[in-house]
Write a protein that binds this ligand. Structure first.
Ligand code: SAM
Length: 183
């Protein structure tokens, strides 16, 4: 999907996208840095959009691993469904439903959750459900990795996860903070 089409989706959406263009490959690399791909059997992605992180994840994942990608925008779903990789499961539903879909695909937990969700644009009750369900769904050594454009999410994430480390990259528009959260 072109940047122009992405922007037209942003204008059509009611604030649920929360970005003006897809993330950079530099941000993608920082988001994936904490992942030990040799140990990741089940990776979950929230808000893949046009698939910037999805493609990078699939490049690095083991042949037998699975990626469950939750997206609510129908145009982005159409784009993601064009990715021809049997490891990718595209889910047209809200991130809140993570446990239902892990169960459906016979996973007891997720090893990593990679989230681009725009917390500032999502109602507090929904964010609460997403973070509670994510913490419950993570495996013992699992990590929840989230980017945001500010440090505002720090306190919130600290109230759901035992440890929150923060990384940063200038090489994205706008520059982004990467939160790496441990169960
Ligand atoms: C900031 S965009 C990120 C897109 C892409 N990952 C990137 O970094 O370029 C956020 C995405 O989250 C999706 N989204 C928003 N609320 C969601 C929800 N409750 N569940 C799943 N996806 C959601 C939006 O449709 C949008 O595609």
């Amino acid at each position: 999907m072109s940047k122009k089409k992405f922007i037209s989706e942003v204008l059509k959406s009611t604030g649920t996208i929360g970005a003006l263009s897809p993330s950079s490959s530099f941000l993608a690399a920082k988001m994936l840095e904490p992942i030990d791909f040799s140990k990741a059997d089940c990776i979950v992605e929230f808000g893949p959009g046009t698939g910037v992180f999805t493609h990078k994840l699939l490049e690095k994942m083991k042949p037998e691993a699975k990626l469950l990608a939750f997206e609510i925008n129908p145009s982005f779903i159409e784009e993601l469904e064009k990715i021809n990789d049997p490891r990718l499961i595209v889910i047209n539903d809200s991130a809140e439903k993570i446990q239902d879909y892990l169960d459906q695909h016979h996973f007891t937990s997720a090893d990593y959750i990679i989230s681009s969700l725009p917390f500032a644009m999502i109602p507090d009750a929904v964010v609460h459900n997403i973070l509670t369900n994510s913490d419950n769904a993570l495996s013992e050594n699992g990590k929840y990795i989230q980017f945001q454009y500010s440090l505002n999410a720090k306190k919130k994430l600290q109230s759901y996860f035992s440890e929150v480390r923060i990384n940063f990259t200038f090489l994205n528009l706008p520059p982004a903070f990467i939160y790496i959260c441990s169960k």
